[in-house]
Design a protein around this ligand. Structure first.
Ligand code: OAD
Length: 229
């Protein structure tokens, strides 16, 4: 099989019971992202930000991977080294669905990061602003997630894979947030075919060569079965 880059967003975890951001009832209809997903919001009220991510971490621990996560893991397993799975999600449902390698460009709920020294460690269930860093001791613990205004992780590695891809597939993402929303153009510009799998046409739907619309738990396993047939 050719080289495939897959980008997932909140839609792939929606049927596991984790909310999306921009749908009716999405997280950004209930919270102001400036308060809970920016460095400025964290500086203003770190306890509020920790409460938000503590609740999301608890939700995530109570959720189970779905058929879409499992199908993507199967695709990776059957084509070792050919399928790069990049996710904007901070949940670990791809890993629990069987994926060995997942590139978390927006970080991960199960990670903690010291804002003072950059040390990383496994997040406890509950984090608080006064938690000391196990590395330097500073009370500067934050979730290891990427906030608006910060540089997403692994960008050089992701662009290198996009440049070399034969196929780019975007799954369950609205196409609102850059740089991820621009990956389709990078891949297409480098000669890849592009496919969108989403509940409905995304913001960038017209940029894709092909699209399938429906719930991820149906259309992702179907697509994977066709690729593996
Ligand atoms: P959004 O909430 O913006 O978009 C979710 C997409 O999933 C929408 O296009 C939905 O139509 C689609 N969707 C919903 N349910 C689905 C289902 N069952 N099957 C398939 N698709 C479904 O979430 P993202 O695009 O992931 O960043 O958001 C991107 C980034 O914005 C997030 O990583 C987060 C957020 O702010 C940060 O916090 C930095």
């Amino acid at each position: 099989m050719a080289s495939v880059v897959i980008l997932t967003g909140a839609g792939v975890s929606a049927e596991s019971g984790l909310g999306t951001f921009r749908d009716v009832d999405g997280l950004w209809t209930k919270y102001d992202l400036n308060d809970v997903a920016t460095p400025e919001g964290f500086a203003r009220d770190p306890a509020l930000v920790h409460d938000f991510y503590n609740a999301r971490r608890a939700n995530c621990r109570g959720a189970a991977p779905n058929a879409a996560h499992r199908a993507l893991a199967r695709l990776q397993r059957e084509h070792p080294g050919r399928v790069t799975l990049v996710t904007q999600n901070v949940d670990d449902l791809h890993e629990r669905g069987g994926s060995d390698e997942v590139w978390h460009m927006h970080g991960a709920l199960n990670g903690a990061l010291c804002a003072a020294c950059g040390h990383r460690w496994d997040a406890p269930e509950q984090m608080a602003p006064s938690d000391p860093c196990p590395g330097c001791g500073a009370p500067a613990t934050r979730p290891d997630v990427v906030w608006f205004g910060e540089m997403p992780y692994l960008m050089d590695e992701i662009y290198a894979r996009l440049e070399a891809a034969d196929l780019f597939v975007s799954i369950g993402t609205s196409g609102n947030v850059y740089p991820a929303a621009g990956f389709v153009q990078v891949a297409a510009g480098a000669g890849a075919q592009t496919l969108e799998l989403n509940l409905e046409p995304s913001e960038g739907a017209s940029l894709f060569d092909a699209a399938r619309h429906g719930p991820a738990t149906e259309i992702v396993p179907q697509w994977v079965a066709e690729v593996l047939a």
